[in-house]
Design a protein around this ligand. Structure first.
Ligand SMILES: C[S@@+](CC[C@H](N)C(=O)[O-])C[C@H]1O[C@@H](n2cnc3c(N)ncnc32)[C@H](O)[C@@H]1O
Length: 323
């Protein structure tokens, strides 16, 4: 090998090495940028702290039902929810993220259900207990301070006819874990119901940034982790739930509150105040999701959920002939 060839080889090796270093630096820059931009998610104790501090303000503006997507006549909203969840008298139901038990007390009285209610805020537990006692509902509602990611720590598994989340699911630090936790609580055939806000799909690509920015503002202001609808559906289906419906909440339009209540709250607390409502890109859509835990029982083998039951039995190594 002559000197020129050695020199050429050395030059090629050096170029390759430099190229490798450059690529490595680019990848490192990219991932550090991602981690700076990654949305912050809030842990349950931070959410609890937020509600300990803000529940009095919520009560002033929202009253005892802390939901933004609502009707001016709050009874209409709760009647709609009784219908949507499908409560039957005497059922045992779990209110996951119960606030001050405004909905739970209404459901106990109007639908005759037995409610276990859980909230991550100690202040809300105290307030709920007082309301429940004042309304003589102690025999029908029990409130627990706890985290709905870990429902198995507080309740017996397979013991509820329904588990419902009314604008509480989106606070979850880990949405999938919460869905799995609810699954564990439900009797076969039990209902999981979620009413919440989900990240909006950008109609045109240039809106995507605005939406993401506003989502981060909401998350920061309300200690929320606004869920992605598709990821939520994926977790629901992955667990094996029978998806019954995903829909826009059909509240009567003439009584709809137009979300002005969120503005009143923002006025009172200064939290996430929207300066120019006309130009504000509303970054979420509200949906209700309803699904059932499969029956996994012979007497339901020939129901219209045959395929879902069969799949569940296959996954759990049950015999197909049993169906
Ligand atoms: C917007 S409020 C809705 C309250 C109630 N569902 C209603 O309709 O009035 C959200 C509720 O979710 C509860 N929450 C949030 N994260 C929770 C968690 N990890 N475990 C239990 N409750 C939680 C909060 O404490 C609060 O009560």
């Amino acid at each position: 090998m002559n000197l020129t060839a050695v020199f050429l080889l050395f030059f090629i090796a050096l170029s390759l090495f430099l190229f490798y270093l450059l690529r490595k630096k680019k990848a490192a820059d990219h991932s550090s940028k991602e981690s700076v931009q990654a949305p912050k998610s809030f842990a349950p104790n931070q959410v609890g702290q937020f509600y300990n501090e803000q529940t009095n303000n919520f009560l002033k503006v929202y009253g005892e039902v802390i939901q933004a997507f609502r009707t001016t006549q709050i009874d209409q909203l709760l009647d709609y929810q009784i219908e949507s969840i499908g409560f039957e008298k005497g059922q045992r139901v779990l209110d996951a993220g119960c606030g001050v038990c405004g909905p739970a007390r209404y459901f106990a009285k109007k639908a005759g259900v037995q409610v276990e209610a859980i909230t991550i805020s100690k202040d809300q537990v105290e307030k709920s207990r007082k309301y429940i006692e004042d309304e003589s509902l102690s025999g029908q509602i029990k409130v627990t301070h706890g985290d709905y990611h870990q429902l198995q720590e507080y309740y017996e598994s397979d013991s509820f006819d329904a588990v419902y989340f009314l604008e509480s699911f989106g606070h979850a630090q880990n949405h999938e874990e919460v869905i799995n936790s609810a699954w564990g609580m439900l009797k076969p055939g039990g209902t999981l119901y979620i009413k919440d806000l989900f990240v909006k799909e950008a109609a045109i690509p240039s809106l995507e940034n605005d939406i993401n920015k506003e989502i981060q503002n909401i998350n920061q202001a309300y200690r929320y982790n606004v869920a992605d609808l598709y990821a939520t559906l994926k977790s629901i289906r992955k667990k094996g739930f029978i998806l019954s419906s995903v829909k826009t909440i059909d509240l009567p339009l003439e009584d709809f509150e137009n979300l002005s209540i969120s503005n009143d709250f923002q006025e009172l607390t200064g939290i996430n105040k929207i300066e120019n409502l006309q130009e504000y890109i509303f970054p979420v859509d509200f949906f209700e999701l309803k699904c059932f835990k499969p029956w996994n029982a012979l007497e339901y083998g020939n129901s219209r959920y045959f395929l879902q039951n069969l799949y569940y039995m296959q996954v759990h190594n049950r015999k197909q002939e049993e169906l």
